[in-house]
Write a protein that binds this ligand. Structure first.
Ligand code: NAP
Length: 304
């Protein structure tokens, strides 16, 4: 039996793993993909304290992983397919085995929200993208559209100006949601064309993106923006498939509710990072969640 299983190797999971390993809990961290989570899709992180020059998302998470492993954390590449959770017993079923654990921390994160419009599904990977770091270099000297007005859309639009000849930032209101500093940068960026009060209604093309149809929400006018790439950054949905049909408390958007100690409504099961219902989803808040969850899990194990 494990003391602690952590599911998901983003910043929250790796931090929980670091704390649990230092507490000498017999811990395993399971990750179906490469360790890192969402932050791997971020080119440059400049608001994680302690790195005044900033660093890449890859480097930050690689440092976190090495630090946790230095204290003995085992990170295993296994996909969890089912959870069996009762107040008395916690069993994690992977594609290879069933692992019983005294406590469990869920750090499965979130994934980019889709627009749900015609052409989007057909053209994913053929011009429709949710990751500028991954796909930006394909659009050298081409025009692209970025959809969204939050921090992600603005940061990624700025990143795309390194490659694209013009980045059309399409936002559904006439004011950006992004942090003021990012707003200032994007408004000053020569290669960014801001398109206000507009939503995409259709992505055009068959073998590749040829354009995006936009609707002005004030005038109801339709127009076509000829672009070769469409980058969608309209927020995130919780990666909660594993939790369906289990008696967790969820918020209205499907994120898991916890108490201040990161404990969910199921005893001995904790949640940390982007999967958790909370106000601010950042690397810095994920690592705080992860540390608290590991500490609370240790207390739970001691008490049982
Ligand atoms: P977000 O803050 O939820 O913003 C989503 C944006 O997409 C909003 O501007 C929203 O418009 C728009 N939107 C939502 N649904 C839409 C739809 N169906 N059609 C068109 N537009 C739609 O998401 P995010 O930018 O991904 O950020 C998520 C979290 O990560 C935030 O807490 C953010 O601060 C954080 N983050 C931080 C950094 C950083 O600190 N450097 C970087 C990236 C992300 P409205 O504004 O009208 O709602």
């Amino acid at each position: 039996m494990e003391d602690l299983i952590i599911i998901g190797a983003g910043p929250a999971g790796l931090t929980a793993g670091l704390y649990a390993s230092r507490a000498r809990l017999k811990t395993v961290l399971l990750e179906k993909l490469a360790p890192g989570g969402q932050i791997l899709t971020t080119d440059f992180v400049e608001n994680y304290p302690g790195f005044p020059e900033g660093l890449s998302g890859f480097e930050l998470v690689d440092r976190m992983k090495r630090q946790a492993e230095n204290f003995g954390l085992k990170v295993e590449g296994k996909e969890v397919i089912r959870l069996e959770l009762t107040p008395e017993k916690r069993v994690v079923h992977t594609n290879k085995e069933a692992l019983e654990t005294k406590a469990l921390i869920l750090t499965t994160g979130a994934s980019p929200r889709k627009l749900g419009i015609e052409g989007e599904g057909l053209l994913i990977g053929k011009g429709v993208s949710y990751c500028a770091t991954c796909d930006g270099p394909f659009y050298r000297d081409q025009e692209v559209a970025v959809i969204g007005g939050g921090d992600t859309a603005v940061e990624e639009a700025l990143f795309l100006t390194k490659f694209a000849s013009c980045v059309h930032l399409v936002h559904r209101r006439d004011e950006l949601r992004a942090t003021k500093l990012l707003q200032e940068r994007v408004i000053a960026a020569e290669k960014v064309n801001l398109i206000w009060d507009s939503v995409p209604t259709r992505i055009l093309g068959q073998a590749g993106v040829e354009g995006v149809e936009l609707r002005n929400v004030k005038t109801e006018e339709l127009s076509t923006l000829p672009v070769e790439g469409v980058f969608v950054f309209i927020g995130y949905d919780p990666s909660n498939d594993l939790l369906a049909d289990l008696p967790f408390d969820f918020d209205d958007f499907g994120f898991v509710k916890t108490d201040d100690n990161m404990e969910t409504s199921i005893p001995g099961v904790f949640a940390a990072g982007d999967i958790r219902s909370k106000m601010l989803r950042q690397v810095s808040t994920a690592v705080g969640d992860g540390a608290t969850a590991a500490f609370a899990a240790e207390r739970f194990i001691e008490g049982h």
